[in-house]
Design a protein around this ligand. Sequence first.
Ligand code: AMP
Length: 234
Amino acid sequence: MQTPPDVGRTWRLALLGAPGAGKGTQAQLLTSALGACPLSTGDVFRAARDNPKRAGAALAAAQTFMARGELVPDSVVLDLIRERSRCLHCKGGFMLDGFPRTLPQARALDALLAAEKLRLDAVIYFDVAPELLLARLTGRRVCARCQAVFHIQNRPSRIDGVCDQCGGALEQRADDQPKAIAVRLDAYRKITMPLLEHYRRQDLLVAIRAEGEPAEILARTLDALVLHTPAASG
Ligand code: AMP
């Protein structure tokens, strides 16, 4: 697999894309390739759902929004990010997956980074045709035990309904049910898409055609990152 020539530098990135665009998969691959520390707001909410005793009241309340496919209120998301603001100083850099998703969140991130004297290197936008998104979301199955992700057509498990990695049961996420998917795609179009312009204006947007095999998309992303951000920022 191709790696960027200055992979040793610190990368500070955010990932943008519709639900089903493959952000989670690319976040994992990019973490291995670049060493940037991943922070997924969706993963934090899911961990709170699976461990309700350890989650505070705000994270517990967020579950209702999430199960319906709605965005969690900005105040909850921003508290979560501020609580983890030390991650922004991670030596290996950071990769925000699923945050920001609204203009107020993007502006709050701009302010937080400015206060911490940090800058994003790029915002990677994974672009996928709308008809593909629906097929990806409805066919996705996730292991209830280890969270490995499968797809009934594109990446089936060896035994139907059983995780190849740990033998756990494969489930459909509540927010991958058709009703919730419609809500998520609508929220993405109306509320998240304006962020593309926000970051384009800051010359941070790196758009990637996110169709094909994950490894191909990763290679395209690494190439585009190096082209967009040629100089090491340390
Ligand atoms: P994801 O795994 O990124 O698709 O996130 C799953 C769900 O978590 C979303 O559908 C939202 O309900 C919630 N969520 C995650 N990140 C955010 C965010 N930045 N703003 C609002 N809601 C979020």
